[in-house]
Design a protein around this ligand. Structure first.
Ligand SMILES: [Zn+2]
Length: 302
């Protein structure tokens, strides 16, 4: 399948100091995917405008991030900003926009957005958990303006994407599916949280106990995910690809192998014959991260 790889050296300028979400993550990914470069369509993202950011965030929230970045101040103890963080965050959002535009133009069917800062913890009103703006939520709203009425978001990061869930909790046009480790940050995403009002039944959370591995996680991707996708019948699928479910990750306690991640990705891609856009979220063992993004791209290219 024609697959775009959307990234930008500018993402290295989101400087975080002594922090697990470091520029070295992207350097390792760049090195690891090099053998695939001649099969991928390389693109640099646009810089998202404020009107794009407002598809998911309040003007006050956007202002807060811009101000924090202008003064290189932290938004909370976990979520830090350097002078270029605001622009990097706008390009991380922009990667999703560039992906949707390329798909609409028929240039490719799949895209991987190798971006930082990550996005899935950012709520419509607040940055948190290393995330400034919610890249995938904004892209979902933008995709809807481009004719993709029903958007499915699949989140395999080891942490629950509370910001993404918040954005679509009462909405039946965006289905949010997440697998995440029990007792992990930020503590949201209970299995009985299934959406509200019109959105009831359009959120699905699956908790995974610490020390679980490929078998437990793949059971969900093989047995629970496919009927949900088939029933919702999305026009496009966006994926929060967080690699902190890997056995070597320092921030979580799951034991998923690189081949397990390959099988998760393959299972997701097998659910529907629609465009796919993947967004880098977590993953903090830098070397494993590179390898895990490479196997993701190998599966996307098939
Ligand atoms: Zn995570």
């Amino acid at each position: 399948m024609k697959t775009a790889y959307i990234s930008d050296p500018f993402f290295l300028r989101h400087e975080t100091g002594a922090h697990p979400e470091s520029p070295n993550r992207l350097r390792a990914i760049t090195r690891a995917v090099e053998p695939l470069n001649d099969r991928l369509i390389p693109l640099t993202p646009i810089t998202a405008s404020k009107s794009i950011l407002r598809l998911n965030h309040t003007p006050e929230h956007i202002e807060t991030v811009q101000e924090a970045s202008a003064h290189a101040e932290a938004l909370d103890p976990d979520t830090v900003c350097s002078l270029d963080s605001y622009e990097a965050a706008c390009k991380a959002v922009g990667a999703g926009i560039t992906a949707i535009d390329g798909i609409v133009e028929g240039r490719f069917d799949r895209a991987f957005c190798a971006v930082r800062p990550p996005g899935h913890h950012a709520t419509p009103t607040q940055s948190m958990g290393f995330c400034l703006f919610n890249n995938i939520a904004i892209t979902a709203r933008y995709a809807q303006t481009q004719g993709f009425e029903k958007v499915m978001i699949i989140d395999f990061d080891v942490h629950h994407g509370n910001g993404t869930q918040d954005a679509f909790y009462t909405d039946d046009t965006v289905f949010y599916f997440s697998t995440h480790q029990t007792f992990a940050y930020p503590g949201t995403g209970m299995e009985n949280h299934r959406g509200e009002g019109a959105g009831e039944g359009y959120t699905a959370n699956f908790l995974i106990m610490p020390d679980s591995g490929d078998t437990e996680v793949l059971e969900i991707y093989h047995d629970d995910l496919p009927p949900l996708v088939e029933h919702f019948a999305p026009d496009i699928i966006l994926v929060s690809a967080g690699y902190d479910l890997h056995e070597s990750d320092p921030l979580a306690q799951l034991n998923v192998t690189t081949e397990g991640i390959r099988e998760i990705v393959r299972s997701i891609l097998d659910t529907a014959d629609v465009p796919f856009v993947f967004f880098l979220e977590g993953g903090y063992d830098v070397e494993a991260l590179g390898e895990n993004v490479r196997v993701t791209l190998e599966e996307m290219l098939v």
